[in-house]
Design a protein around this ligand. Sequence first.
Ligand SMILES: [Zn+2]
Ligand SMILES: [Zn+2]
Length: 342
Amino acid sequence: MLVAQFIKPGNLSIVDYPIRKLNDDELLIEISACGVCGTDFHIYKGDAPASFPIIPGHEYSGVIADKGASATEFNIEDHVAIDPNIYCGYCNECRNGRVNFCENHKALGVTLNGGFAEYSIAPSKQAYLLPKDFPLSDAAFAEPLSCCIRGIDRAEIKCGDNVVIVGGGTIGLLMLQLAKLRGAAVVALIEPITSKQNVALNLGANFVLAPDDSVSINNLIELTHGGFDVVLECVGSKDAVEQSNRLIRRGGTLVIFGLADKSSYINLNLFDIFRKEISIKTSFLNPFTFQRAINLLASGRINVRAIQPKQYTIQDIKKVFNSNSSSDVIKYQIINKKKEAR
Ligand SMILES: [Zn+2]
Ligand SMILES: [Zn+2]
C-alpha cells in the first residue's frame, strides 16, 4: 500500500509499505480521509514527541476491509472513525479514571502508524461506527471535535456566558459552535485572516476581530462589562495566551487549548491574575468524548462542511507540509479514494 512516512523530523517520504497480518482484536481499515492536524506539523518539525519512522495522521475515517477473529463488534464494510488514543487500562492513572494521562499511552499516527496511508490497522476498540450515509470526509473531523469537547467541558460554559475564542482555525471554528451549543450569549472570535473570519460569521459568531485591532478589542471588553466569562485559546502561542488573559473578566476561566512549541513560555503579571481570580485550565486529549463527537456530527449539530477542507492525495502530501502556515486554508485532508471521501 502507498503511505506517507516521516522518516525523521523534516524528512517526509512516499513509500510502498507492506500490510502486516492482523491480530485477533484488530481491524484493517481502508482509509477514506485523514485530517492534517497542527500536531502533524509539530511532529514534522520535530517539536512534538513521536516515534520515528512513523506513518502520521490521527484524524481518520474509513471502511472496514478485514478484521481479526475476535473483532466481533464490527462487520466488513462498516464505516468507522478511529479514536487514535490508546490507553492501557491497568496503570495507576487509567485505574483512577484519568486515562488521558495513561503511563503507557500510545497514539495511532504519533507512536503507532496512522492514517496518511491507503490502509490502517487499529485495535477494534478504537473504532466508532458511523451511519452508512454519513460522509466519511466529514467523519474525519470526529477526532479534533472530540478534543474540543474535552476543552469545552473543561471551560464549564454556563448558558448566558460571554465567550471569546482566540484563533479561527479548525479548532477555533469547532469551539465556536460548541460554545453556542452550550448556550453562550455572545461568542466572539479573534483571528487575523479574513476568510477564516467569514467562516466564523457564517457559523454564528457575533463578533470577529483581528488580534491587532486593539480599539475594537477594548470596545468589546467594555461591551462585556470588563471582559469575557470564558476565553478559549486555540492558537498555541505566547501572544495568544497573553492576549487571552487581557480578554478575561474578573472571576473568568481561561482554557489554554492550542499546542505550543516545547520552548514557549508565557508572561503573566502575578498581581493582575491574583486580583482577577481567574481560573487557568488546559485540556489534554479526548478522554471519553469520541462518541459525543460522533453524535454531534451525525445529528448535524456541528457543521464541518463550512470548514471546507482542502483535499490532497497521498502522492501530493508534500505540498501540504511545504505550505506556509499563514495561508488561508483552514484544514487539509489527505484522501485515499475520492469517490468515497466526498
Ligand atoms: Zn490532532
Ligand atoms: Zn494506562
